[in-house]
Design a protein around this ligand. Sequence first.
Ligand SMILES: [Zn+2]
Length: 253
Amino acid sequence: MAASKQRDEIEAYLHMLLEVDRYEDYGPNGLQIEGRAGLRRIVSGVTASLALIDAAIADGADAIVVHHGLFWRGQDGRLVGWLGERVRRLMTHGINLYAYHLPLDAHPEFGNNAQLGLRLGLQADARFGKQALGFAAAAGDNTSLPVLAARVQAAVGGRPPLVLPGDGRPLARIGWCTGGAQGYFEAAIAAGVDAFITGEASEPQAHLARETGVAFVACGHHASECFGAPALAAHVAQRFGLEHRSIDIANPA
Ligand SMILES: [Zn+2]
């Protein structure tokens, strides 16, 4: 493939693969910063932070694939301060930035939910919530809340999750949705799960867990979304003959 077309062919391929047009999102999905046309090496990470951009520059990357890009609804459009600095550094170094938010949460193979499910031994057989972003699966035999919490902790590299217990029932169905999806808890309850896993917790979820009996497990926004972008980038690298390295910029939130 001609190098001059590679940047755009990758975007077109990801647009199709992730079914970008199906989702209503908080920011643009796809190529957010246009860098050089020919690609040899890509870096993946959760968020297009300055630390990830600098690590990609040091790594000699031609492109970065992330879950959290630079542009979100509600921004005023100015490229100044920290946002200006991120953009300037990418453009100065000719690095392409590909960002996929909800389409990457949702993808049944490379998405954050699918990849977290893989590490929890959960194979989704149902979807729930707005834009069907929530995943649900059978828990498997003899799954208690402590067992599930331990599995979640192991899946995200040892960080202990925040566990809001329900009524202590045995867990037959598990629901999950990565990132800041605490607002999906009610939809998960309506979908009939006995426990729900996401990245973040807010105050109301503790009461909902107590009053509905459905347990809530928050394992960290970043921690729950570490796996999608690297899985997607590895696939792209293989398909387009590129080198790939995933870089985790630690984030306790
Ligand atoms: Zn997120």
